[in-house]
Design a protein around this ligand. Structure first.
Ligand code: ATP
Length: 259
């Protein structure tokens, strides 16, 4: 592997995952030997079919594996040069890792604005700071401002995905773990969401690790990609190069491609 093609060398990486293994219930090996890097202000795609281990990898990074009776049984994860081993998810969140779970988890009975405010509590901001943070999120997601008083459960799937991301941004993260943001959404909305992610990355320098089955949209916005199959990295490369490879498409159609 040519180190120069990776997004960042280990020492300068925002996130460095080295050879991790994750086991559920002390028995089910879901991830076996995954290594990846997210550089300062990179967008990195984690690609793979259903059950490949994308969500488990993200949960290992955010510490949420514990909530699923799983543990990282081998390997190392470093965030901003510090090991995350044994660090509680809420502490990791304070340090700057935020995880937007698959499936748009929002508080359905709360309004959009109440949901966003709930994301701000972690930092215990002053009232003034909280209002400023809200305005910042509304500037990124004008649709949320329009529907600020609407119950989240009554908004569209795209708006709920924007809300889940917006609420995560209220923690002022350095690294956003985004799990399948395109799931079940119309192509135009997916484009809108990825365009905002790209702008957040470019203008605020936030790093993103995006798990996706939608390879086209993910590789158009990412700078680098990893391909997972059965809990292992079976390919990686610059997004522009992965995009040009027909075997990536075949891989998703059940082929045996390797990159
Ligand atoms: P999807 O897009 O379907 O979520 P994925 O690539 O994110 O797929 P994971 O959800 O990480 O894949 O699943 C990887 C493996 O771990 C699968 O074999 C899955 O059955 C197993 N797994 C995931 N969650 C659990 C759990 N809570 N308990 C036991 N096994 C699990």
């Amino acid at each position: 592997m040519n180190q120069a093609t990776r997004p960042s060398a280990a020492h300068s990486a925002l996130l460095a995952v080295d050879d991790i293994e994750v086991i559920y219930d002390g028995a089910i090996l879901a991830v076996a030997g995954v290594s990846l890097r997210v550089g300062q202000s990179d967008i990195v795609a984690l690609l793979g079919a259903n059950g490949a281990g994308k969500s488990t990898t993200l949960k290992a990074i955010s510490g949420l594996v514990q909530a699923d009776r799983a543990r990282v049984s081998r390997g190392h994860i470093h965030f901003q040069g510090q090991s995350t081993a044994g660090v509680a998810p809420n502490v990791l969140a304070r340090q700057g890792i935020v995880h937007v779970l698959e499936g748009r988890h929002v508080f359905a009975h709360l309004t959009i604005e109440e949901n966003l405010r709930s994301g701000g509590f972690l930092r215990k901001p002053s009232r003034r700071q909280l209002e400023q943070d809200l305005e910042r999120i509304y500037a990124w997601f004008p649709r949320l401002q329009t529907k600020r008083k609407t119950q989240a459960g009554l908004t569209s799937g795209g708006e709920q995905q924007m809300l889940a991301i917006g609420r995560a941004l209220m923690t002022q993260p350095r690294l956003v773990l985004l799990d399948e943001p395109s799931m079940g959404l119309a192509p135009m909305i997916v484009e809108e969401i990825f365009a905002i992610v790209a702008q957040l990355n470019a203008q605020e320098g936030m790093g993103f690790l995006v798990a996706e089955q939608n390879i086209n949209v993910a590789l158009r916005h990412a700078s680098y990609g990893y391909i997972l199959e059965s809990g292992r990295v079976v390919g990686e490369g610059k997004a522009v190069e992965l995009r040009g490879r027909e075997d990536i498409g075949q891989f998703y159609l059940g082929g045996k491609a390797r990159v």
